[in-house]
Design a protein around this ligand. Structure first.
Ligand code: GLN
Length: 185
């Protein structure tokens, strides 16, 4: 098994460190030929969604990755990565447009742009650390997408079949439970 981590920009190295801790082989996706190797799962990290959207197209990674996600490749999008999966972005242009969620970018304003808390996530025992950095908000889940967690009435995690998306940064906390949930997929 090997997990591809989109490594164009953002917090990809932190995801690699979590997979190392879990003993899961992984590789970075920086250019098209990186997609030639077998991939059982894909992580799209946090960072800046507009930049990643642009680079995905410029580097000709977009069509192949979208097709694979649509064919069932398990994908884990964190923060900006979740934004890239969403079918609707308030005031923005969707990227992969594969997950039945509507998101709002930078939804917590300047003051509360970054904060940490703990919460429950469906399918995980105990409290999960939640680190938010200029986080989006999942405004709505519809179709086959289901909310997995809420903080203060705002949806912060969702799943739709092979797609798992969170508005926070599980790769920055010691608890690997969300990566483990993804690896089960
Ligand atoms: N604000 C970023 C965006 O809209 C996401 C922030 C993050 O990934 N930490 O792309």
């Amino acid at each position: 098994m090997a997990v591809g981590i989109l490594a164009l920009q953002g917090a990809f190295a932190e995801h690699a460190a979590v997979l190392d801790k879990l003993g899961v082989p992984h590789f970075e996706i920086r250019q098209k030929r990186d997609l030639d190797q077998p991939m059982n799962g894909l992580i799209i990290p946090g960072g800046e969604s507009t930049v990643m959207n642009k680079l995905l197209r410029e580097l000709d990674l977009y069509d192949t990755l979208r097709e694979r996600i649509q064919s069932g490749l398990p994908v884990f999008g964190t923060c900006a990565g979740l934004i890239l999966l969403a079918k609707q972005i308030d005031g923005g242009i969707p990227c992969f447009s594969v997950m039945d969620i509507r998101v709002k970018r930078n939804a917590y304003g300047r003051q509360l742009g970054s904060f940490r808390t703990k919460g429950q996530v469906a399918g995980i025992d105990g409290e999960v650390p939640l680190t938010f950095i200029r986080a989006p908000r999942i405004v709505e889940v519809h179709g086959d997408a289901k909310a997995l967690a809420e903080v203060d009435g705002r949806i912060v995690a969702a799943r739709q079949g092979n797609q798992l998306g969170v508005t926070f940064h599980p790769e920055l906390d010691d608890d690997a439970c969300l990566h483990e949930l993804f690896l089960q997929m």
